[in-house]
Design a protein around this ligand. Structure first.
Ligand code: CP
Length: 323
């Protein structure tokens, strides 16, 4: 198999967030991901880059896309991959996050991918282990690989990120996806709008470098990309919207509201979707406008690139000779 596009080096031991990354580092990750998109479309997907290495997925919150794609990414690169769920681990017996991390670290994994409901938990864990740590989503804080896969999806469709107008709509307040995307899009020179009712926005959100709208049609005006987010009820205490029916009426994306965006504006959603709440099925399934399945495909490629780059930096390996 041919060598992947050779990236510049990624000068970080862990991938804990997008905040603080340089545009060149993001571009290097996206460039390497491109080669893995091609790799994943081949009949033979088995690679060697992570042969002999061990990846452990530790997910303290539910996941379909992130966990499965990290598992696929590790296996397609030749790593041994283990998945740990709190329901069937010693966490059930009262073991703390840090003791769990130190226990896993003693088994010499090369990479831990961690999802946790508390913001900052993954950073704390990363300080205690000797392997690379990738944040698979921590509370309301960051979900860096989601923002990278979203960026790859946009870049492949529109050829660039710089200068695009992107509207992120829905439950911004509880969304790590929104935060990581806002950081990434700002770093890469896109313009970002957030569109939500005031109850679903932090009062100082403008400080992240976004324009704020409380009306979908106004917020979508002139946008190239419309990114929808679900109501993250698992992080809510009490009700943040009067009713689902009213929320969909004012903030659910349908073709009528989408008509305010640019004529060929594209629709994104990180998943899982709640049809009829934040998005209408006719929009979600619009094969000309919706990038939702493409986002899932890009997720595997981006996670392969992250695993590849982080293990190279740890071991001092030269760029891969074969995939
Ligand atoms: N987008 C995302 O993180 O999906 P999962 O919760 O299924 O991993």
């Amino acid at each position: 198999m041919t060598a992947p596009h050779s990236p510049t080096s990624f000068g970080h031991r862990h991938l804990l967030g997008i905040e603080g990354l340089a545009a060149g580092e993001i571009t290097a990750l996206l460039d390497l991901s491109e080669s893995y998109v091609e790799h994943n479309r081949r009949r033979d997907k088995k690679g060697q880059v992570l042969r002999g290495r061990t990846l452990i997925n530790v997910f303290f919150e539910s996941s379909t896309r992130t966990r499965t794609s990290f598992e696929l990414a590790g296996k397609r690169l030749g790593a041994d991959v283990i998945n740990i769920s709190p329901e069937v681990s010693a966490v059930k017996k009262g073991e703390t996050l840090l003791d769990t991390a130190m226990t896993l670290n003693a088994m010499h994994p090369d990479v831990l991918v961690v999802r946790h409901p508390d913001s900052g938990a993954v950073h704390l864990l990363a300080q205690k282990v000797t392997c690379a740590v990738i944040n698979g989503g921590d509370g309301k804080h960051e979900h860096p690989t989601q923002a990278l896969l979203d960026a790859l999806t946009i870049r492949r469709r529109l050829g660039r990120l710089e200068g695009l107008m992107v509207a992120i709509c829905g439950d911004i307040l509880h969304s790590r996806v929104a935060r990581s995307n806002i950081h990434l899009l700002n770093i890469m020179g896109a313009r970002v709008r957030v569109v939500a009712p005031p109850t679903l926005l932090a009062c100082d959100i403008e400080r992240m470098g976004v324009e704020v709208f409380h009306d979908m049609r106004a917020g979508l005006q002139g946008c190239d990309i419309v990114m929808m987010l679900r109501l993250q009820t698992e992080r809510m205490q009490g009700s943040f919207v009067p009713s689902i029916r009213e929320y969909f009426h004012f903030f659910g994306l349908d073709h009528d509201k989408l008509a305010s965006a640019k004529p060929h504006a594209l629709i994104m959603h990180p998943g899982p979707m709640n049809r009829g709440v934040e998005i209408d099925s006719l929009v979600a399934d619009d094969i000309f406008r919706s990038l939702i399945h493409e986002q899932v495909e890009m997720g595997v490629a981006v996670r392969m690139a992250c695993l590849d780059l982080l293990t190279r930096d740890l071991t001092g390996n030269e760029p891969s000779e074969a995939v």
